[in-house]
Design a protein around this ligand. Structure first.
Ligand code: ADP
Ligand code: MG
Ligand code: MG
Length: 251
């Protein structure tokens, strides 16, 4: 599904290198967790996967289903099935969440050469996914993310993910700002989307989320490099020992 090879990247206008040779392979159906202390480059990696143009790849490649996506813009990547759930979801005043969802779904369907979704079918899908994520339909009449609580924003991100049916789901610290009940709801929603054809990059600072979304692999990102990879036991080790031990070993 995804092969990141010796990826070096920097902030386009500023020039500081943030990713310094990331190597990572994610198989079809795999749930890979990326952990790491603040400032490691986790969000940067997620932005670069989604194609944000204020970051610049200076070396290496990103292969998605065997083909480089470096030349693809964010819309093309989304149309081909890459989805990013943001660490800090943007508020979009003046655009009702329902309108946003319908526009996004139909834009993606168009890019895939599929017919536009008619309103009754759209509503049916939104209701089903919203119920699963315990999202009140009233909330979806409000402008996207405006006045939503931290937990509601994260649930709205997962709702978008469920409706857009991506192949590669990148979730950047979806657990931050969630209380334990909301965390379980989000995890259930994500687990329901797991399949042999869909892969996940679950980015998190804490192991807690991984009690509910159990990953196949765990990778530690530190100062722009993967310094250790393992199974879910690595997340437990981090929980017990903190990052200092593993950083020390890597040095
Ligand atoms: P993480 O998500 O792991 O906390 P980030 O990817 O947000 O890490 O940041 C990695 C490093 O890159 C940090 O030192 C951060 O300050 C720097 N950085 C990220 N984006 C920018 C930017 N747009 N301009 C300047 N520095 C940035
Ligand atoms: Mg951070
Ligand atoms: Mg981050």
């Amino acid at each position: 599904m995804l092969e990141i090879k010796n990826l070096h990247a920097r902030v386009a206008e500023e020039g500081t290198e943030i990713l310094k040779g990331v190597d990572l392979t994610v198989q079809d159906g795999e749930v890979a967790a990326i952990m790491g202390p603040n400032g490691s480059g986790k969000s940067t990696l997620s932005y670069i996967l989604s194609g944000r143009d204020d970051y610049e790849v200076t070396e290496g490649d990103i292969l998605y289903n065997g083909e480089s996506i470096l030349e693809m813009d964010p819309a093309e990547r989304a149309a081909s099935g890459v989805f990013l759930a943001f660490q800090y979801p943007l508020e979009i005043p003046g655009v009702a969440t329902m309108t946003f969802l319908k526009t996004a779904m139909n834009a993606q369907r168009k890019a895939r050469g599929e017919a536009e979704l008619m309103t009754p079918e759209f509503i049916r899908r939104v209701k089903a996914s919203a119920a699963e994520l315990k999202i009140d339909m009233e909330m979806l009449k409000r402008p996207l993310n405006v006045g939503f609580s931290g937990g509601e924003k994260k649930r709205a991100e997962i709702l978008q993910m469920a409706l857009l049916e991506p192949k590669l789901c990148v979730m950047d610290e979806t657990d931050s700002g969630l209380d334990i009940d909301a965390l379980k709801i989000v995890a259930d929603g994500v687990n329901a989307l797991r399949s042999a054809e869909r892969s996940f990059l679950v980015i998190t600072h804490y192991q807690r989320l991984l009690d509910y979304i159990v990953p196949d692999t765990v990778h530690v990102l530190y100062k722009g490099r993967i310094i250790k990879s393992g199974t879910k036991d690595l997340a437990l080790q981090l929980e017990n020992e903190g990052y200092a031990q593993i950083i020390g070993e890597a040095a």
